[in-house]
Write a protein that binds this ligand. Sequence first.
Ligand SMILES: C[S@@+](CC[C@H](N)C(=O)[O-])C[C@H]1O[C@@H](n2cnc3c(N)ncnc32)[C@H](O)[C@@H]1O
Length: 294
Amino acid sequence: MIYVVAATCADMWDDGKQDTRTERKSLRKAKIKDGVKERYAQIASQEQQPCCCSCSCDSVGTLFGAEEMGYSREDLERIPKEAIMGLGCGSPTAVASLKKGEVVLDLGSGAGVDVFIAAEKVGPKGKVIGVDITKEMVNRAKRLAKANGYKNVDFRLGEIEKLPVEDGSVDIIISNCVINLSTDKDAVFREAFRVLKPGGRLTISDIVSEKRVPAALRDDVDAWSACIAGALQKSEYLRKMADAGFGKVQVTAERDFYVETVEDGKKHKFLSVTVKAYKPKTRRPEPAGAGVAA
Ligand SMILES: C[S@@+](CC[C@H](N)C(=O)[O-])C[C@H]1O[C@@H](n2cnc3c(N)ncnc32)[C@H](O)[C@@H]1O
């Protein structure tokens, strides 16, 4: 599959020579974050199905499109249809082996598709928390939960870089096509590690790139919102997970697609991957001398 994207000029946020490098960096991050939020607010308000991150626009939003992402028809038929917006790039709930009574956290829960599926799987003694930065998405998910009588779901407005979730309180984290949208992936993995119980696990689907994302796309807000510009190289993505403390980091599925940049007509390879990892049951031993005052 090939997506054609227009590149914007890379220095669109150069707000003056007097700005420090750090100020420019944080301004750039804030503009990307605001652009992403704005885009997903628009999508949340649409009745029609939008185009999603990594699938073709003619198949999204339909049960068939979601099945292509790995969802089972049985799971989809149990949940509110308006939660199925075709925004994902995999199906973490299909491979997460969720058990009755577990506490699940969905990073970037959107309209709640994976939260509702997980809620059915963990049952009334379990609980599923969805966190999303976009108010309109959270409101849509809350409305669906109320209208359909879900008692074991909790949608929270918040950022995955600063989770509104207690330390060591979650059995499993899922996420579908969201972490690529973050401008601080180290913080996301650090936070995921913090909120998991020891021995807890993580199953996420996301977009990564084969090579470094072309410079022409790196500051393009539309390309960020389309889950392309923020994609890390696969090896870097996996390394960041390990750096945060996760063990047994393993890619369990991958599918490739291509993005063509308008400027140079070149095709760039991206991958939709599903990754599993674990928080070790015991703390990592501190290096000798660590924590000892000089
Ligand atoms: C591509 S959609 C995926 C939604 C959902 N996971 C699904 O599969 O339908 C990305 C979602 O991530 C949310 N998002 C983006 N950046 C975020 C951040 N930094 N913190 C929390 N949510 C974020 C967006 O608001 C949007 O709802």
